[in-house]
Design a protein around this ligand. Structure first.
Ligand code: FAD
Length: 393
């Protein structure tokens, strides 16, 4: 494994950041506020991600945060990926998820499971200029992901893949795809195999793009594999180990979605605070009514609790301590908090909150997906209850 374990400083407060972490946080916060914010309404309206922004993500070094420097990455930590996703999502959740999928799913899977050739080729591409996508879900297999119907069969020095993937984030922009297919259906989920596929491999194409409620600038597309020829050396890990790769990368990815959710909630709450401090009713500022300031105080408290859970899960991962339950809890709770806080923000804007002229309705729309992707809330509850009932509280 290339990623290093980061020492935990005993007694250190979770939200106190190291110099390196502060640097990432500050530079991304400034970038998001100055460069992303002005583009957000148009990207949302047209459901497109700015190509210039993607180029800037590579320039900033946030597309290969944990990728070792020898491959052109920042050689940094998972915690920093979480900090970056939170900061981006605080302004735009679509930018947040683009960078999140790149770092916590695609780069992580290759870092962890790739051989040296795959790492030097694909990690270098992903850190330099290629967006990555992660393709597990299909029309018939979402929560029951291992029931996937895409098939792979070996033919000499190639594999031939047939099937369709659905809901694939970053697919419109991606050059590199991690695709899961079953190479031995008789073995059930133990036939699932992960492949690294380049966009121009024969038989591979990106299909219909979804017209979504939220995170509209983030592309979500179908993938079509029609006798798609994949070189044998592009099996990630080994044949039959795909289920393990999927489970383990998604366990990590969930922390990133938690970070996206705390970013979205923070963005909405900040707007609500600014607005209620200006808006006057009954001869006083709306923020001064006890009924309102208590709601804001409660939202800020919930957000703080969610942030502590997300940061703790990320720090556990960096320290190579078990984090499965903590990651599931962090995603479950932060996505619930995000939906509540963004809804409150709309409420506190009154009628204005219900129009596209003001920013909060977008945060509300963007919040919902946190309870759906990378395992629905029920699937998180399933994981949490399993670990509690079979392990320890
Ligand atoms: C915007 C977006 C982006 C996405 N990006 C990606 C991506 O990049 N790559 C990828 O592979 N996938 C991606 N997905 C797919 C996503 O992971 C799935 O949508 C998700 O796992 C849920 O699957 P499903 O939609 O088939 O819902 P279903 O599994 O059909 O679930 C429907 C409902 O039933 C509930 N349910 C199902 N099984 C159980 C159970 N055993 N117990 C209790 N309740 C249950 C669920 O909680 C849910 O409420 C994305 C989805 C969206 C919406």
């Amino acid at each position: 494994m290339t990623s290093r374990a980061v020492e935990i400083t005993p007694g250190a407060p979770l939200t106190v950041l190291s110099e390196d972490e502060q640097m990432f946080q500050q530079s991304v916060r400034e970038f998001a506020t100055e460069k992303i914010r002005p583009l957000v309404p148009e990207m949302d309206r047209t459901a497109t991600m700015s190509k210039d922004l993607i180029a800037s993500f590579f320039e900033l070094g946030i597309m290969g945060i944990e990728v070792p420097e020898q491959f052109g990455g920042a050689g940094s930590t998972f915690f920093n990926a979480v900090v970056v996703v939170e900061e981006l999502s605080h302004v735009d959740a679509s930018c947040g998820v683009l960078v999140d999928v790149q770092n916590t799913l695609v780069n992580n899977a290759i870092l962890r499971w790739g051989n040296e050739d795959q790492k030097s080729k694909y990690l270098a591409m992903l850190a330099r200029d290629s967006v990555g996508a992660y393709a597990l879900s299909e029309a018939g297999s979402g929560s029951d992901a291992f029931a996937l119907a895409t098939r792979a069969r070996q033919q000499g020095d190639h594999w031939v893949l047939n099937g369709r993937k659905l809901w694939i984030t970053n697919a419109a922009e991606a050059g590199v795809f991690i695709v899961f297919a079953n190479a031995n259906p008789d073995a059930g989920y133990k036939g699932i195999t992960a492949f690294v596929i380049e966009r121009d491999f024969p038989g591979f194409s990106v299909g219909k793009k979804e017209d979504k409620t939220g995170i509209r600038a983030s592309s979500t597309c179908e993938l079509v594999l029609e006798d798609c020829r994949v070189p044998a050396q592009n099996v990630l890990g080994e044949p039959g180990k795909g289920y393990k790769i999927a489970i383990e990368t998604l366990n990590e990815g969930r922390i990133g979605i938690g970070a996206q959710m705390i970013g979205v909630a923070r963005g909405a709450l900040e707007h609500a605070i600014t607005y209620t401090k200006e808006r006057q009713q009954f001869g006083q500022r709306v923020a001064e009514f006890q009924g309102v300031k208590f709601q804001i105080a409660q939202a800020a408290t919930d957000l703080e609790a969610a942030r502590l859970m997300v940061y703790n899960a990320a720090r556990l991962k960096d320290a190579r301590k078990p984090f499965l339950r903590e990651a599931a809890m962090a995603k479950l709770f932060s996505s619930q908090v995000c939906e509540q806080v963004t809804s409150l923000a709309v409420q506190l804007f009154g009628g204005n909150g219900y129009t596209r002229e003001y920013p909060v309705e977008k945060f509300w729309r963007d919040s919902k997906v946190g309870q759906i992707y990378e395992g629905t809330s029920n699937m998180q509850l399933e994981t949490i209850s399993k670990t509690i009932l079979t392990d320890r509280l």
